[in-house]
Ligand binder design. Structure first.
Ligand code: PLZ
Length: 458
């Protein structure tokens, strides 16, 4: 727009933390008042400041506040906001054509994205990829493929799971409020097994993997009937549920249990996929090879794109016309995804995620030693969280404390998000484009916020 004086985002944006108003500031509050009259109350915001620009490791709001970004728009802008290769490729595509519908006139960039994902996904053998618009749509389509390929109806998921907000994926999701309450009846043929959650396993973390796998086996064989089960759907690290890293050995056991029964394993990597955890896909940490794998958030640098990659014979079980969607695999989103892969390769971002994880784990482990309200520190790569509990050595979830720490961070210019079935987890998902200086500064702000709020908590 000629005369548009709004700031430009991307890595060129000044990489500083700067707080010049109360949070939210007056301009954001004005927009929030508008929002209340325009948007339903059911749409909330974790940090309601209205954004003007973002890039590198910062988000800048309408009042001129610049926040250190430990959220990446919920694990989406993994390569950074308006990353050069993403912005350039998407902009060039916008000028060529914006849409044809892949079901009407296909285009090569869709195939280029599929070729990349088929090469990268830890699924064995020959592969096919389907592109869709969102994470929920990816999970939903993975289940459709699994049902069509096996001819079986049932789907097994885990406690603390989050798989989306559509009817099927909301049913797959564990937490009632706010995701499910009032939205039933739910989809049939969904069964839930316990997750191997080491910190909260009743008999202790050392028994967690084995006992949780036994519970899955029992659910499949005794309640569902293994030959009724199409698929087990699992997040290799649970996201919204609180960055729960399953006890080591659990995921390989799940894969084995599925294989022995002809049940397909669907890895939901919508949050963990595309370099976030220090591998292209988080399944790789334990050498697990799912039959189908989903990706979305980090895939296209912020443009809406989801994907299901699966074994060719399963994906091809659905006849022509059975899969698709008007906008699915939009050409601008496909170009953005190709930009994401280019950024990851050019800047060695898989390695960068590991470095960020090491820094965060070191600092947060020290913080948890100093403050017993941090009951657990966990995660992989640039996907790390702390679980807050009541003081005096309890494991009682402390959601209010987590909320207070988050708000204190926000007021100081650090964007953090909460998570967890008990809303008592603070999660950290910095873009991989963040500088070491901003990462360290963010961790210091967090440390001060924990110290201050923990002092009030005792
Ligand atoms: N599977 C593992 O994490 C989305 C949800 C934000 P969509 N998580 C963020 C919110 O409150 O709605 C997610 C996920 C996993 C599926 C999804 C769903 O992805 O792109 O939001 O549909």
């Amino acid at each position: 727009m000629p005369g548009d004086s709004r700031p430009v985002g991307g890595p060129g944006l000044k990489q500083v933390r700067r707080i010049v108003t109360e949070i939210p500031g007056p301009r954001s509050r004005e927009q929030l008042a508008r929002q209340r009259g325009l948007v339903p109350a059911g749409v909330g915001a974790a940090l309601p400041v209205f954004v003007e620009a973002a890039g590198g490791g910062v988000v800048v709001d309408a009042d001129g506040n610049s926040f250190i970004d430990f959220g990446s728009g919920i694990a989406v802008t993994t390569v950074g906001n308006s990353a050069p290769a993403v912005a350039e490729r998407a902009a060039a595509q916008l000028r060529r054509f914006t849409h044809t519908c892949f079901l009407v006139n296909p285009y090569a960039s869709y195939l280029d994205v599929c070729e990349k994902l088929n090469a990268l996904a830890p699924v064995p053998g020959e592969k096919r990829t389907l592109l869709v618009n969102s994470g929920a749509e990816a999970v939903e389509n993975a289940v459709k493929v699994a049902r069509a390929a096996t001819g079986r109806p049932a789907v097994v998921v885990f406690d603390h799971a989050f798989h989306g907000r559509t009817l099927l994926t909301m049913t797959l999701t564990a937490k009632n409020r706010p995701y499910k309450h009032g939205f039933g009846p739910f989809a049939p043929e969904v069964h839930r097994a316990p997750m191997a959650y080491p910190y909260r396993w009743p008999t202790g973390p050392e028994h967690c993997a084995e006992e949780a796998a036994d519970a899955l086996e029992d659910l499949l064989d005794r309640q569902v009937g293994a030959d009724n089960a199409a698929a087990v759907v699992v997040e290799p690290i649970q996201g919204e549920g609180g960055f729960i890293v399953p006890a080591p050995g659990f995921l390989p056991r799940v894969a084995e249990i599925c294989r022995a029964r002809g049940i397909l394993l669907i890895a939901d990597e919508v949050q963990t996929g595309i370099a976030r955890t220090g591998r292209m896909f988080a399944c790789e940490h334990e050498g697990v090879q799912p039959d189908l794998i989903t990706a979305a958030k980090g895939l296209a640098g912020g443009l809406p794109l989801g994907a299901v990659t699966g074994r060719a014979e399963l994906m091809d079980a659905v006849p022509a016309g059975g899969l698709g969607g008007t906008f699915s695999g939009n050409p601008v989103a496909c170009e953005a995804a190709l930009g994401v892969f280019a950024e990851i390769e050019a800047n060695d971002l898989v390695e960068r995620a590991l470095e960020i994880g090491d820094t965060m784990l070191d600092r947060l482990t020290d913080l948890s030693d100093a403050h017993p309200v941090i009951g657990d520190v966990r995660g992989r790569g640039a996907m790390i969280a702390v679980e807050l509990v009541e003081p005096f050595g309890t494991r009682v979830p402390a959601p209010d404390l987590a909320g207070r720490i988050a708000r204190r961070c926000h007021a100081e210019g650090l964007l953090v998000l909460t998570a967890g079935s008990h809303s008592n987890v603070l999660r950290f998902l910095p873009p991989l484009s963040i500088s070491d200086a901003l990462l360290e500064e963010g961790l210091s702000i967090l440390g001060e916020a924990v110290a201050k709020e923990a002092a009030f908590a005792v």
